[in-house]
Write a protein that binds this ligand. Structure first.
Ligand SMILES: Nc1ncnc2c1ncn2[C@@H]1O[C@H](COP(=O)(O)OP(=O)(O)OP(=O)(O)O)[C@@H](O)[C@H]1O
Ligand SMILES: [Mg+2]
Ligand SMILES: [Mg+2]
Length: 462
């Protein structure tokens, strides 16, 4: 990465950037989005680098809260690409996909002269390309849990150690409440490096006054708490805190505005299908509940959110409607799961966590559909492309998922499962069945992979 920075003549520029660097297992993107929104609301020009993207690669680079324009993206992309073509060779090859995107992020943010660059780690911490930053203003570690174990290690201690690899000597860092094992590992690393290290508590909803967090689910209060700590410290260390009063009882109005106006798709997002519409505000039709959870802990928070979100909807249904004065709301909803996860993940951990948490909250799926992702080919490498013929699609992984699902529901009635060869075919089936089943409403939870969520969003919004 240092060689690449040199090739792009970015060494100076990167040391001038006032970076907030965020690692963690879950909640990085959300925490970064809250932080960006808060600091923008305080009047700063922001750059936000996140991963992965849902639909368009430009989502990863936001300037002042908006993804970089196609014109600018192309300009900076080719600027970097051409320099690498010229300067790389046998000893230093072309940077790989994620390294390239990270370098492009640094190029865009320095050329566009942002006041603050908020950088989400791609994977791990210590060896992540974003860790080329030597002197961030502040670092954050979000909730830690089990993911990417084959790379980061199988204990929370090892995983936490990797993430704490973003700590820099003497640079302050915050984390959220963690398990004892994870916290010890973080504290050890912090004390070795003389890092002032503190725990940011979850945001107390009362501090938002009449506003609501712009991202939904209980877990977002944890991410918001960290974002508030990171933003405050950034303001303080850059001499911009001025007369803003921030403590456990008060949030400045700019912070509240930032927290409530944040926008990040694919996290606890509800999208009514534009084709099979919900009639009379809450009647029949097809609704997608999309969340990119893909670790055991996040599937649990996702299941809790889904249970509450459809409950709110049922609540509406139970209110007497002029056309259906005696309608029993709950009978008119049908929950479907649309699921896929990457094959590096363990469905024996993921699916039971989802199913059990839903069951604890009184939600049972009537059907589960397993599909392959579409776009992942374009998102992890420059080179591979998806199969073009339907018969080339390998569905063995989806069949494995289905088997795990069926084993979980062995003696249960009223729960079926299917494997579909593609997302469009699954959506087509959902639309036809939701249309025919009116007035029953189809409530479809799409989860297990952010790539899946992105693919589904792209299709339903077309
Ligand atoms: N604090 C949290 N604790 C547990 N799960 C969370 C938390 N925050 C977010 N999640 C879950 O993780 C999913 C992804 O959230 P987010 O994009 O903020 O995390 P991330 O760390 O950037 O994930 P990724 O590994 O995909 O980059 C959410 O849709 C939600 O299900
Ligand atoms: Mg991840
Ligand atoms: Mg992310």
């Amino acid at each position: 990465m240092f060689d690449y920075l040199k090739m792009l003549e970015l060494e100076n520029a990167i040391s001038q950037l006032k970076v907030i660097h965020v690692a963690g297992t879950k909640g990085k993107g959300s925490t970064c989005a809250f932080t960006e929104s808060i600091l923008r609301s305080c009047g700063f020009r922001t750059g936000l680098f996140t991963s992965p993207h849902l639909i368009d690669v430009r989502e990863r680079f936001r300037l002042d809260g908006v993804e970089v324009s196609e014109k600018k993206f192309l300009e900076y992309f080719w600027w970097c690409w051409n320099r690498f073509q010229e300067k790389t060779g046998d000893d230093v090859p072309m940077p790989n996909y994620f390294r390239f995107l990270t370098l492009l992020g640094f190029k865009i943010f320095s050329a566009e002269k942002v006041d603050v660059a908020i950088m989400e780690v791609g994977l791990g911490g210590k060896f992540d390309p974003t860790n080329v930053v030597q002197d961030p203003i502040v670092c954050g570690i979000t909730s830690l849990g089990y993911d990417h174990m084959e790379i980061l290690g199988y204990t929370l201690r090892e995983i936490a150690g990797e993430k704490a690899g973003i700590f820099k000597k003497g640079i302050p860092a915050y984390t959220v409440p963690q398990s004892e094992e994870a916290m010890h590992a973080l504290e050890d690393k912090a004390s070795q490096l003389g890092v002032p290290f503190q725990v940011a508590l979850p945001l107390d909803p009362k501090l938002l006054k009449d506003e609501h967090l712009g991202l939904h689910g209980e877990h977002q209060f944890i991410n918001a708490g960290l974002a508030i700590a990171l933003s405050s410290l950034w303001l303080r260390r850059t001499g911009n805190l001025k007369d803003m009063l921030i403590n456990e009882n008060t949030l400045p109005a700019q912070f509240i505005r930032g927290l409530s106006r944040v926008n990040l798709e694919g996290r606890a997002q509800v999208v009514p299908d534009p084709l099979v519409q919900v009639h009379n505000s809450s009647h029949g039709g097809l609704i997608f509940y999309l969340d990119g959870a893909h670790s055991p802990e996040s599937l649990e928070v996702c299941a809790k959110w889904f249970s509450c979100a459809i409950d709110e909807n049922t609540h509406h249904l139970e209110e007497p409607h002029e056309n259906h004065p005696n309608r029993q709301g709950e009978e008119e909803n049908l929950q479907v799961l649309l699921f896929n996860c990457m094959s590096v993940r363990d469905p024996q951990l993921l699916l039971p966590r989802l199913v059990n948490t839903c069951a604890q909250n009184g939600v049972k799926f009537h059907k589960a559909i397993f599909v392959p992702n579409q776009s992942v080919y374009y998102k992890v490498t420059f080179h591979s492309s998806p199969p073009t013929e339907p018969e080339q699609v390998d569905l063995s992984w989806q069949q494995t998922l289905q088997e795990v699902w069926n084993n979980l529901h062995q003696n249960e009635q009223g729960c079926s499962s299917s494997v579909f060869p593609s997302i469009p075919s699954a959506i087509k089936w959902l639309r036809e069945n939701a249309q025919q089943s009116r007035p029953i409403q189809f409530q479809v939870l799409v989860t297990g992979s952010l790539h899946l969520v992105g693919d589904v969003l792209k299709l339903i919004k077309q």
